[in-house]
Design a protein. Sequence first.
Length: 133
Amino acid sequence: LYTRLSGDVVWGLYEESGYDAEACGKAMDAFIAELHATVEVMDRLQRNPEAYLCVNAAGPACAQCAPLVGKAIQAKGKAWLRLLPPYAVGCSATCAALTEHAVRAGMYTRSPGDELAPPSCPLLCPLAAPPER
């Protein structure tokens, strides 16, 4: 997702969805924070191929993303690279890099990832409704 978007595109997506300037600013702050968190997860997975990409949701997941929530994909293969959330701007899917022990202790289903496909989402998550004014 991040390779396809600039800040101007993200701002424009939110504006077209009815966000005012203040709400766009808050959404951009959240987008940038998620970007940094995702890059940190990527770094951890690249340094430790025994770790797992774990897909979580910070809120309700849309119908396209829900099947991936709760999956744990080992970094040893390369499937995790194409399954890395978020899948759209405003997507509630997040990720974590966890150890085998943490995956077993959590509510995750281990998967090699090869049988999973990234969701086919529009650029703006359908659940990213403008905040109430």
